[in-house]
Design a binder for this molecule. Structure first.
Ligand code: ZN
Ligand code: ZN
Length: 488
């Protein structure tokens, strides 16, 4: 959401940077000429009072940078303080009695937007309530206005809770100098310290993590969350600093290992594994994630950590097979047995993606069921992987129904050489009505006639015989009907 920029009377400092009106482009040699405007980056976009008034009646945007503009209500302390209109704020403070509450609200608004001169002017005017001082520090800290933070801290005490909140929002928004200023001011709670460490860990801000850990205790839970946040983002030094600070639970350690395993961040994985136990479930998930992404060193590190069940090893082979990570597949197969079913699923996964080397590695590892072989051929045929089809056909028999579907898939893809490969490899043909055409095609590709060709020729005879029988019946009926109509 974009707030409109308000423009108002310029401060003497802003006025000194103006050399012409952005509307009429005339230089002002008259020092009394009132200029209104707003600060934009390094420059000040300024207008004569009358030029601005005429312009804003037609179009409420800055003629120079085209941001939306609205006119500040010059009689409102909150309005003018919020937008840093120093001259108008001082005029209001000089001419009117202001309540503590109004002063407090105006300080909060000015502090949020970093208007130091306005904050100082209002604080010099009289007291503000303690809770307003708390809110003003948090607002300035959130937006990184260090000078304003210091001005308010110098004005009076703030609570530990406000100090903690201000440190948290400053850390989350990346204002380390503000964090340090507030930490120097007094104590913060353990909970706030924990939140800051988590925010700093997420960003990998080692200096801030160390500063807060040196400041006081954080809970085990916060330490765990901070390790997870740092591990997720690959901040090894931060992970080590927090682990050195105290214990984290097995559960948090288990969570923390998953992201670096998936990201292939071996150093972070090792740091967490060296710190203590992780759950079996986490170990299994970490192997799977690393295998899928092809992180061989991480897979080996987790294997070295503790034995993995055969079922998990099988799923990990499948995950590596589908993404074609041959080295990972070999490492997992070298680690121990996988079931025939897992091998079958892995071959099917690799076959569909055309990973020939992976298919061969898994087929060399042990037997797979005919059903898996058949479905693997279909998957390879669908995706036009001829070399994979040939590798699996060389591995053993596949059932007719799978060969038929594979031929169909190859035919739909217009992959003639694959259709031929499938037909050449077959032991018997699917004998359906469609078989008559298959038989003819097969004979043109095969030099010698085979048993299944004969079977399909028999089918042709059956089909031709059926057509003749139907034709004879129709002619018979056609002959009988006119006779009946003639006799009646
Ligand atoms: Zn002008
Ligand atoms: Zn502008």
């Amino acid at each position: 959401m974009i707030h409109p920029v308000r423009y108002c009377v310029l401060t003497p400092e802003q006025r000194s940077r103006v050399y012409c009106c952005n509307i009429c482009l005339r230089e002002s040699d008259d020092a009394d000429n009132v200029f209104l405007g707003h600060v934009s980056g390094e420059g000040v976009h300024a207008f004569h009072e009358q030029c601005g008034k005429d312009w804003m009646r037609r179009l409420p945007i800055c003629p120079e940078c085209r941001v939306d503009m609205v006119i500040v209500d010059p009689s409102s302390l909150l309005d003018t303080a919020c937008h840093g209109c120093f001259n108008e704020v001082t005029a209001i403070l000089a001419n009117r009695a202001i309540t503590d509450a109004a002063r407090g609200q105006a300080v909060i608004a000015a502090a949020k937007n970093g208007h130091l001169a306005v904050v100082n002017a209002i604080l010099a005017n009289g007291a503000i309530a303690d809770e307003h001082r708390d809110l003003a520090v948090v607002a300035a800290a959130e937006n990184g206005h260090l000078a304003v933070v210091n001005a308010i801290l110098a004005n009076g005490a703030i609570t530990d809770a406000a100090r903690g909140q201000a440190v948290v929002v400053a850390a989350e928004n990346g204002h380390p100098s503000v964090v340090n200023a507030i930490l120097a001011n007094g104590a913060i709670t353990d909970a706030a310290r924990g939140q800051v460490v988590i925010a700093a860990a997420r960003k990998g801000d080692l200096a801030l993590v160390n500063a807060i850990l040196a400041n006081g205790a954080i809970t085990d839970a916060a330490r765990g969350d901070a390790v997870i946040a740092a591990a997720k983002n690959g901040h090894l030094a931060v992970v080590n600093a927090i682990l050195a600070n105290g214990a984290i639970t097995d559960t948090n350690r288990s969570f923390a290992v998953l992201w670096p395993a998936s990201n292939g961040d071996l150093a972070v994985v090792n740091a967490i594994l060296a710190n203590g136990a992780i759950t079996d479930d986490a170990r299994n998930q970490a192997v799977m994630a690393a295998a899928e992404k092809g992180h061989l060193d991480v897979v080996n590190a987790i294997f070295a950590n503790r034995a993995i069940p055969d079922a998990v090893r099988g799923r990990a082979v499948g995950a590596a097979a589908i993404t074609g990570h041959l080295a990972v597949v070999n490492a997992i197969l070298a680690n121990g047995a996988i079931t025939d079913a897992a091998r079958g699923w892995a071959v099917r996964s690799a076959a569909g993606q055309g990973h020939l080397a992976v298919v061969n590695a898994i087929l060399a590892n042990g037997a797979i069921a005919n059903e898996h072989r058949g479905k693997a051929v279909i998957a390879a045929a669908q995706n036009r992987h001829l070399a994979v089809v040939n590798a699996i056909l060389a591995n053993g028999a596949i059932a007719d129904k799978y060969r038929g579907l594979a031929e169909l898939a190859a035919a739909i893809n217009g992959h003639l050489s694959m259709v031929i490969a499938l037909k050449r490899a077959r032991d018997s043909m699917m004998c359906t009505v469609l078989g008559t055409r298959c038989s003819w095609s097969a004979r043109s590709w095969q030099s010698r006639p085979r048993l299944d060709d004969v079977r399909c020729i028999r089918h042709e005879i059956q089909v031709v015989g059926s057509i003749l029988a139907v034709t004879a019946f129709v002619f018979g009926v056609a002959r009988v009907l006119p006779r009946k109509s003639a006799s009646s």
